[in-house]
Design a protein around this ligand. Structure first.
Ligand SMILES: [Zn+2]
Length: 236
């Protein structure tokens, strides 16, 4: 039996099979199809409930599968790098000092080891960490201004290197970590992640309450999430 399930705003096929087994088994195929094997006699209502209970696990599995399919961005002389949503041409120059210069649409990397791409990448990482901190702070200050019931929170915003997520919120510690790689994305997508994490100060999980807050504070958040995950995962 087939049914549909909305995950991450996309319709997914759920393939339900009844078998001679004892427990409900859930699997995700590489094409993103969700496969449920259920003991004979189990009602569809029970299976729907099971899917609802495992929705977060399914979301996570699917995002891992999709991420693995995406091509990773790589630093390359003559290639491109996207900064705040704008593409720049990468130029690597030998130099006595390590630094980065942005002019017009050129991203110039001056490096002591111009033949060593890993070394250049470290310079880029460091530059992104520094630059992103300012942008993240600005984004936080401007977005929270419009979130009336959240204004009271005093929060530290810190860029972090993360490989799997765009942000994390620690309400008890009053800290939000943002993935420094968000710096590749345009400001409106950074704001989207900031709003998402700010809402976690009050609503820790991704419950209905959470999404109704997203509706209030973030216009077109579903499109923004889709854009972020489809265009910027390659930078993680
Ligand atoms: Zn979240």
């Amino acid at each position: 039996m087939k049914r549909k399930l909305i995950i991450d705003d996309l319709e997914r096929d759920v393939d339900i099979q009844w078998k001679n087994i004892k427990n409900i088994i859930l699997k995700i195929k590489d094409d993103g199809t969700i496969v449920i094997s259920a003991p004979k006699g189990v009602l569809i209502q029970r299976i729907n409930l099971f899917l609802e209970e495992h929705i977060e696990w399914i979301e996570n599995r699917i995002s891992v599968i999709e991420r693995n399919k995406k091509k990773k961005w790589q630093l390359e002389n003559g290639g491109t790098i996207r900064i705040l949503g704008i593409d720049y041409k990468v130029n690597i120059f030998a130099s006595d000092e390590n630094f980065i210069k942005l002019n017009m649409n050129q991203f110039d990397i001056y490096t002591k080891k111009s033949e060593n791409l890993d070394y250049s990448m470290k310079i880029v990482d460091k530059w992104i960490r520094n630059e992103s901190a300012k942008v993240f702070q600005e984004s936080f200050e401007s977005t929270i201004q419009n979130m009336i019931s959240y204004k009271k929170y005093k929060i530290d915003i810190k860029p972090r290197k993360m490989s799997k997520r765009w942000g994390t919120c620690y309400p008890q510690k009053a800290v939000i970590h943002l993935n420094s790689k968000l710096f590749h994305a345009p400001k409106e997508l950074i704001d989207y992640v900031v709003i998402h994490e700010i809402i976690h100060l009050k609503v820790p999980n991704h419950s209905e309450k959470f999404y109704s807050e997203m509706e209030i504070y973030c216009e077109n958040w579903k499109e923004k999430r889709k854009k972020l995950n489809s265009e910027y995962y390659g930078y993680l």
